[in-house]
Write a protein that binds this ligand. Structure first.
Ligand code: NDP
Length: 317
């Protein structure tokens, strides 16, 4: 079977391409710069790549850019979207590539006669950013949607980009009879296949960069390998539908520091929270739908350990 992965060189997508090749798929992988070894060497060296990986050059902001990569595919996994904090021009750097890019990919999909399903990498960013109170008894599930106004009010431009991109995708899919499923992971950690540091793995690195304090932040966390396999299951399981939240555990930064300390007692870690306010509250996230795909979650402790080991191996620590 022929499938397409957009943004194939990225952190999550590299694992997705690896698993797809392992399962015997032929993969059309889009990257912005197929001539850059840092973007493609780790892909072309995967088992099965020589026989079944085809690289395509495509950019989210170019109309029709994905047509040839999508042509003849039965599944399209659309993972490409900019993920970084601190954009100077959020419209140009985050919102346009996320929203216009998603529509651009879906337009290519709408032209395809072979396509069975599109699996879109959305995010918890498109789920939990709203004014609904959170607390230990609150269960966030797939019925929750982020509120664009909340994102704008709080300057959460990346979160806004994911919210608007998912909204646009559902609308376009409905109007064009595309079978769409979204995967909505929380903060993704775990080993890196690509040589360059990505934003979410950097979150773990930031704990060991010598800062004396950790932020007063509570987040959901999930392993990159689970996220990648969830994409495959969401395609292979014919009855999969709607959104799939992926969160192994909700943990405060202080809890993550504690896990790191238990694993690496000699590592220099932040000692205390940056402020004296009560900890940002813990909340629950439903795992029911994700488990219905057959997904088993890697424990957070394992993900953290494997991230640190990978960061060491790649010379970041
Ligand atoms: P990476 O930064 O590793 O990957 C992002 C990918 O998007 C890269 O492959 C990049 O391509 C591509 N991209 C960015 N801008 C463009 C553009 N203009 N045209 C074409 N491609 C572009 O991040 P992740 O693997 O973490 O993110 C993958 C997806 O997962 C994103 O949709 C992200 O929003 C989502 N996600 C990530 C989470 C996380 O914690 N990591 C959590 C929830 C969702 P190139 O290689 O050419 O630079």
């Amino acid at each position: 079977q022929l499938v397409c992965v957009t943004g194939a060189a990225g952190y999550i997508a590299s694992w997705l391409v690896k698993f797809l090749l392992e399962r015997g798929y032929t993969v059309n992988a889009t990257v912005r710069d197929p001539n850059n070894p840092k973007k493609v060497d780790h892909l072309v060296n995967l088992d099965g790549a020589k026989e079944r990986l085809h690289l395509f050059k495509a950019d989210l902001l170019e109309e029709g850019s994905f047509d040839s990569a999508v042509q003849g595919c039965q599944a399209v996994f659309h993972t490409a979207s900019p993920f970084f904090i601190g954009a100077k021009d959020p419209q140009a750097e985050l919102l346009d590539p996320a929203v216009k890019g998603t529509l651009n990919v879906l337009k290519s999909c709408a032209k395809s006669a072979t396509l069975k399903r599109v699996v879109l990498t959305s995010s918890v960013a498109a789920v939990a950013n709203n004014d609904r109170p959170k607390g230990p008894d609150v269960v966030v599930d797939e019925t929750w949607f982020s509120d664009p106004e909340f994102c704008k009010r709080n300057g959460k431009w990346y979160n806004l980009s994911k919210t608007l991109a998912e909204e646009a995708a559902w609308k376009f899919a409905k109007e064009n009879s595309i079978d769409l499923v979204t995967i909505n992971p929380a903060m993704v950690i775990g080993p890196l296949l690509q040589p360059e540091l990505n934003t979410s793995a950097a979150a773990v690195l930031n704990f060991v960069n010598g800062s004396p304090t950790f932020k007063n932040v509570t987040l959901g966390w999930v392993d990159v390998r689970d996220v990648a396999i969830a994409h495959v299951l969401a395609y292979e399981n014919a009855s999969a539908n709607g959104r799939y939240l992926l969160v192994e555990r909700v943990a405060h930064f202080g809890d993550v520091v504690k896990i790191l300390h238990d694993l690496y007692p000699t590592l220099q870690l932040p000692q205390k929270c940056v402020d004296d306010r009560p900890y940002d509250p813990i909340f629950q996230v439903s795992k029911e739908k994700a488990k219905s795909l057959g997904l088993e979650f890697t424990p957070l402790e394992v993900s953290i350990k494997d991230t640190v080991e990978s960061l060491k191996e790649k010379g970041f620590i």
